[in-house]
Structure formats: C-alpha cells, structure tokens
Ligand binder design. Structure first.
Ligand code: MGD
Ligand code: MGD
Ligand code: MO
Length: 710
C-alpha cells in the first residue's frame, strides 16, 4: 500500500486511540519504521486503565486490509450486485454535488434523506456531527430520530432525571456492598476500558456481584457470584415485583422518597394492584419472567438492605418492546433504596454518562429545522413516503459511517426500500452490505489517517490525542474533507473554515490546551473525589434541584404524562411485549432470539477482517432442552426463520442460555443466496421494524423457529 508515514525511515512509536463506537477509548502505541506499521502495542498511563482490546490491537489489519476502498466507485450492475467501476475523485464529487443539487431543485431538499451513523465518534471526525452539519447547511432535509443503542434509556433518563448524566465513575464500584449487572456484559461490551478492571477488583474485595441475563455471559462467568436467568423483554415485571416486596415488607427508604421524588404513591397503587386488581407480586412476575418468586423476593431484600448498592443496567433489556419501561422501573428501584447521589450507589436505569467537562464544545450544527422519521420506520418511510403518512418522499439517500442494510431492523424490507431512491451515496472504508447498494461510493479515511482527540463515550476522566499515523495523498479522504469539497461545489461557504488543528483547539478549549495534550498524549483530569451523578442534589437539596419539570426525581413523569399515549404510562409499568414469551405468535415461533454485541466486532465493523473474525463466536446458542426437541446437536447446521426472513447458522448447544431463548451475535455481514436466505448470519433478516412507543429500538423482541438442516 502506498502509504507514507509522517517521518520517513527512523523507528517511532506514535500514540492514538480508536474512534469506533465501542464505548472504550484505549491507548494504541503504533510502532512504525520504514514507512510501515510494524505492530501495535498498548499500556496503562497516568494511573488509568486504558489498555486496548484485541479490536484496537488489530487496526494494522484493518487499515491495510486488501479490500479497503481506495478510490471512488460508480455502480455498473443492479443495486446490491457489487458491480462497480473506479472513477476519479473529481468525477465522483461532481456527480454527487450535481445529484444533490438536482434533487433539491426538482423535489425540494426534504427529499434528501441522510444517515450519519456512529462509524466514527472521535471529537472532530465524528460521522454523526459532520454529516448533520453538512445537511443542516444544505437545507431542510429528512433524517432519522431514535438511536439504536440506548433510546429506551435516554427517554427514561430524561423522563425520570431530566438528563443523560446519570452515571458514576467506576472507582465507585469499590464502595458498593452489592453490584447487580442487569443485562450488562461489560467484559465484552466494555463501557469504558476501566469497567472490567474495577469490577474484577470489586470481586477480589469480596463484594457480591449478581448477573440478571438470559445468558450466562462472559461477565456472569468471570465476575458474578450468582446468575439469574430471565426471559428477554420481561425485566420490568421482575423489577416491579421487587418493588412489591419492598413495599410489602416495608423495606424502602421513605425519607428519600419524601425528600427527593414525586409520584411514588401513584406507582405504589399500580404495584399493589389498587388500579387494575392485580398485585404485582413475585408470583405474578414468575409467570412472566420464569424467575422463581423466591429468587425475586430474595434479590429485593438483598438490594434493599445492602446500602450502598449499585444496580447497573446494560442497554440490551431496553432494546425490546416497551424497553423504556425497563429503565424507568430500574431507576425507580434505585430511588426506593436511596442509592442515588451516593458513592457506591447507582441511578439504575439511566443512560449512565458522566459529566466531566472534557471538551469545551463539539463541531457546531446549525439548527435548520428538519424532518424526521424514527429509525425503525426508515424503510417503511422510504417505501411509502408521503402517501403512507411520512413527511417526505425519499429521492436521494446519503449514508456516512453507517451500515443500515445490516444493522437496522427487518433487513428484507430494507432491500426493497433501497430500490426506491434515485440516488444512493455512501462514504465507507469497505464495501459493506449497504455500500453494495450505493450508486456512488466514496472511500473514507481510517482514523490512523487523520488528527483528532479521543474521549471515552461513557466518560472516563481523560482525553487521548490521536496522532495522524499515515498519509494517503491520493486515496481515501476524511469525511470532513469530502464534505468540505462538496460544500465548495455547492456554494456552502461556511461548512469548513478551519484547519484540523484550529478545529481541535476550539473543541478542546484552554484546559489542557492542544499543545499540552499533544505533548502528554493522555491527559487525566484529577477528581477530588469519585464523580457521582446527582451528588449535589442529594447533599444540598436546598441549593440544587433535578432538571425535571418538578425539580425532583419523577417516578410519575410529567414528560411521559404529557404524551397522553396509553402505551407510554407516566409511572413505570409492565406492558406485555410483542414477540415476547406470552405473545400468541410464540405458538408458531416459540424461541425468543436475542442478538448481543460481539467481542470480535464493533457492531458490523470488522466482520470482514479475518484476524478478528477468528475471535468471534458466531454460532447460535441454543439450550439443550430446545435442541433435543428439534434433534439438534452441537455443531449442526440450523435454519432460523420467521415470517420476515431466514438465515443459516451453526448451533452451539449449551446450558449457558435458558430454555426458550436463543442468541446470535449481531453484526455479521448479510450474504444472501438467490432465494434470499442469508448465509452470513445477519440477525436483522429476522427482527421486526416496530417502534417501541417511546422510541426504543426493539431488536431483542424477536420470535423465531429453529430447524436442523438435513
Ligand atoms: N465488543 C463490543 N463492545 C461494544 C459493542 C460491540 O459491538 N462490540 N457495541 C457498543 C455499542 S454500539 C453499544 S450500544 C453497547 C451495547 O451494550 P449492551 O446493549 O449492554 O450490550 P448487549 O451485548 O446487546 O447486551 C448485554 C447483555 O444483555 C443480555 N440481554 C439481552 N436481552 C436481554 C433482556 O431482555 N434482558 C436482560 N436482562 N438481558 C438481556 C445479553 O445476553 C448480554 O449479555 O456496547 C458497546 N460495546
Ligand atoms: N439485531 C440487532 N441489531 C442492532 C443491534 C443489536 O444489538 N441487535 N445494535 C444496534 C446498535 S446499539 C447500533 S449502535 C447499531 C450500529 O450500526 P451502525 O451505526 O451501522 O454501525 P456499524 O455496523 O459499526 O457501521 C459503521 C460503519 O462505519 C464505517 N466507518 C468507520 N469509521 C468511519 C469513518 O470515519 N467514516 C466513514 N464514512 N465510515 C466509517 C465502518 O466501516 C462501518 O461499516 O446497530 C444496531 N443494530
Ligand atoms: Mo450502539
């Protein structure tokens, strides 16, 4: 590959960090000599646990992959065929700008749909921000609302606490007396590189850790004293039954409730059954969740009496039908136990971000009002447009750092939708399943090929400077460079008026200043004491209120009440989920399929990198009882199907997953045969594109049948 490193031949170690959406920002030491990367290593710095994972350490294989897109391409065969010819940058940019202008003039700018996915989340070269900035300046376009990751937690956080900053820094874990990992698997999904190290220390210190998960996950295996298997999408029922026990046995913190919250009475009425005549007892929840009533009662007692205790939720249980109720119920329990605002506690169901003020600002996005469709409705909106009640007809689809035709729900509908637009443009590093459907593909730079600042998504107390490691003069361009050139062709002057360094100075601000950060590479903010969300509000209630309408923690949410939607109740409520264990559809499709995040990928990124693919467990986990009923043995080929699609997989028969549930890691690349059956293992050929009422992306509400392939 025709790379030139900044310094020519002498050996150097250049530091950086990944910009992927994995929630971790770790130190990569890239060893370079003779213009080539020799290897990548990692280490801890500044007393921070920032050692890189196998994905970070494999970035030499990513940036040098022989299938990297190096030149713009124009489609020659039918959409999806993968037939393209290489064209020059000049021709490509001319074509893209002409198409943008043509569609805007002919149909209005709202016929341009754009998707800025989370491919890159560094501070300057952020695919969502740069894309938004461009299209907000271009005109009033259409985009998606609703994140695939944590929309349920987001809506719950805003409704309950009025903010996304509901997390605590990880050293708090060492002050806990009990830690509950509820649908959370940080050994794989990380949530910051220091999470696993702190949880391991907590375990060594004898702090009890309990996992609630349909699978005996790596976190349950490595960290937990106890694993409580639960049916997916039913968690709110178990949490509400725990509240029942706390109320029934008078185990909740009445002072805390009186001082800091509103609406507890209304919730208690629902819990004891005053409203609907159904007391939400542990016995009631056992029927729904398959968790024995005595386990629910015991966990309620333990959590209520082990203060400080940290109930920490992952985002997967919220990625279900009515997932927002799960997060609301978890935060209500952490409120009832008085575990908010104290060291060693946790706000339970919140998004879990911490607010350390690591940067001063982001790349600004002008607020042109634009039109939105929910991400689960994207394909339907493209297919049916205004006639189907959506705000606009999609004529041009523009995709940056996103692989929707793999990662969004009901992929087969997506395949149809991708025939509709007159033009599809994709910025990518690889010919992903989505890029195969593009008319023009623009090759994007890897983070080794640009300068930036990395900060952890979940908010560890540090920044890492991202050096430019490689120069690729005629090959790929950064998204910023691509949009800058398009803006010039379209006469959008204000898009980019700064150099990379000027942007970085503005973004970072005075502390520590760009020169210092460059010098130190890793800048740690010293905290006087562990950062805890809502510490101020709890310690000084007279001076500080919660940013909610009432100024208190809203167990009864005004924000939800104002929606006046019967399925967005104002107090946390268990609503039986579609495609859950009690749905009628389960007679025909009796297995609940969940799709966790893989240790070998970041979403669909790296599925194409052989060095990482070797580390993946891309088999379908099936409980031995369910396997026996179907004559399936370990290692058998199986067909997984429902009304929306089917895929082939290899079965792992294991009691690490509860009966009635199967699991297949998300992110494998869609690879259909002529009949449209997927051989790649892309779970989204099976998922339903139904929006949860408050916006959750319900990928874990998915019923299937499984058969042995004879
Ligand atoms: N290695 C790696 N790390 C990643 C990512 C990646 O792709 N790879 N992706 C990043 C991104 S974008 C995100 S949003 C986060 C995702 O973070 P999460 O959403 O928390 O991660 P998941 O792996 O989907 O699920 C976590 C655990 O929840 C369990 N689970 C699934 N459904 C349910 C349920 O209904 N109830 C309960 N109790 N448990 C359930 C799963 O079995 C799994 O063990 O991870 C980030 N980190
Ligand atoms: N069934 C199921 N589906 C899911 C999930 C699930 O748990 N189950 N999880 C959901 C979640 S949490 C998420 S966040 C989404 C993620 O879905 P996406 O946002 O689509 O994320 P990726 O699959 O990683 O695709 C990102 C793409 O960006 C490219 N890329 C990387 N860096 C850059 C860059 O700098 N510029 C450009 N232009 N491109 C770049 C990568 O090559 C990659 O193809 O998937 C969701 N889909
Ligand atoms: Mo995500």
């Amino acid at each position: 590959m025709a790379y030139k490193t900044p310094s020519d031949s002498h050996d150097r170690i250049i530091t950086t960090t990944c910009s992927y959406d994995c929630g971790g920002r770790c130190l990569l030491k890239v060893h370079v000599s003779d213009n080539t990367i020799q290897r990548i290593s990692t280490e801890n710095r500044q007393g921070l646990d920032i050692k890189a994972c196998p994905r970070g350490l494999a970035q030499k294989a990513v940036v040098e992959d022989p299938h990297r897109l190096m030149q713009p391409m124009k489609r020659t065969g039918p959409r999806g065929s993968g037939e393209f010819v290489k064209i020059s940058w000049d021709e490509a940019l001319e074509k893209v700008s002409t198409e943008l202008q043509r569609v805007k003039e002919r149909y209005g700018s709202e016929s341009v749909y754009y998707l800025g996915g989370s491919g890159s989340l560094s501070t300057l070269h952020s695919t969502p921000n740069l894309t938004k900035r461009f299209f907000h300046l271009f005109g009033r376009c259409t985009t998606k609302w609703g994140g695939a990751s944590f929309e349920a937690a987001l809506q719950s956080s805003l409704a309950t606490f009025g903010t996304v900053f509901t997390g605590n820094t990880r050293e708090n874990l060492l002050s806990s007396k009990l830690i509950i990992l509820w649908g959370w698997n940080p050994v794989v999904s990380r949530f910051g590189p220091d999470t696993k190290p702190y949880l391991s220390q907590a375990k060594e210190a004898g702090i009890k850790i309990i996992g609630v998960d349909p699978r005996y996950s790596r976190s349950s295996k490595n960290l937990c004293n106890e694993w409580i298997p639960i049916k997916p999408a039913t968690d709110a029922a178990m949490l509400i039954a725990m509240a029942y026990t706390m109320i029934d046995e008078d185990l909740y913190d009445k002072d805390f409730i009186a001082k800091y919250t509103v609406g507890f009475e209304k919730f208690a009425e629902y819990v004891i059954g005053q409203e609907d005549g159904i007391p939400k007892t542990p016995g009631w929840a056992q029927e729904i969740t398959s968790v024995p009533a005595e386990t629910i009662t015991r966990l309620a007692r333990e959590y209520a009496t082990a203060k400080p205790a940290a109930l920490i939720t992952g985002w997967a249980p919220g990625r279900t039908a009515f997932g927002e109720q799960f997060h609301r119920a978890a935060s209500t329990l952490s409120t009832m136990t008085g575990n908010i605002g104290i060291e060693g506690g946790n706000a339970g169901g919140g998004v879990g971000f911490v607010d350390l003020g690591l940067i001063e600002e982001t790349v600004p996005v002008p607020q042109t009002p634009h039109l939105e469709v929910h991400n689960t409705e994207l394909y339907d909106a493209i297919l049916r447009g205004k006639a189907g009640g959506y705000p606009s007809d999609c004529k041009l689809l523009y995709i940056v750092g996103n692989n929707p035709l793999n990662q969004y729900l009901n992929l087969n509908k997506g395949i149809q939708a991708f025939q509709i637009p007159e033009c599809i443009v994709v910025h990518e590093l690889f010919l992903t399943p989505t890029a195969r459907f593009a008319d023009i593909v623009l090759p994007a730079a890897h983070f080794f090929e640009r300068e930036d600042i990395g900060q952890p998504a979940i908010g560890g107390p540090y920044n890492i400077y991202m050096n430019k490691i490689l120069h690729s003069p005629s090959g790929p361009k950064s998204d910023l460079a691509i949009f800058t050139e398009l803006a010039a062709r379209l006469g959008i002057e204000q898009y980019n008026n700064k150099s990379e360094a000027e942007w970085l100075e503005t973004i970072l601000g005075a502390k520590p200043g760009l020169a210092n950060l460059k010098d130190e590479q890793v800048y740690r903010i010293e905290l006087d004491r562990p950062w805890v969300a809502f510490r101020e509000q709890i310690e000084h209630p007279g001076d500080s209120s919660f940013p909610t309408p009432s100024g208190k923690i809203e167990i009864f949410s005004q924000m939800f009440a104002e929606k006046k939607h019967p399925l967005i109740p104002a107090v946390p409520t268990y609503i039986p989920p579609w495609e859950g264990p009690q749905d009628e559809l389960s007679i025909e499709y009796p297995i609940q399929l969940i799709s966790p995040h893989s240790p070998a990928r970041v979403n669909s990124s790296f599925d194409n990198i052989p060095q990482l693919k070797k580390l993946a467990d891309d088999t379908l986990w099936l409980n031995s009882e369910d396997a026996r009923k179907r004559g399936i043995q370990n290692g058998d080929q199986v067909l997984v199907f429902n009304v929306r699609g089917c895929l082939y997989a290899t079965a792992t028969v294991t009691d690490r997953i509860m009966s009635g549930v199967a699991s297949l890691d998300q992110g494998m690349w869609y690879a259909p045969d002529n009949e449209g059956v997927d051989h790649g293992g892309c779970v989204n050929v099976l998922t339903a594109d139904e929006m949860s009422p408050a916006g959750a992306f319900a990928s874990n509400s998915c019923l299937v049948q499984i058969e042995k392939v004879s």
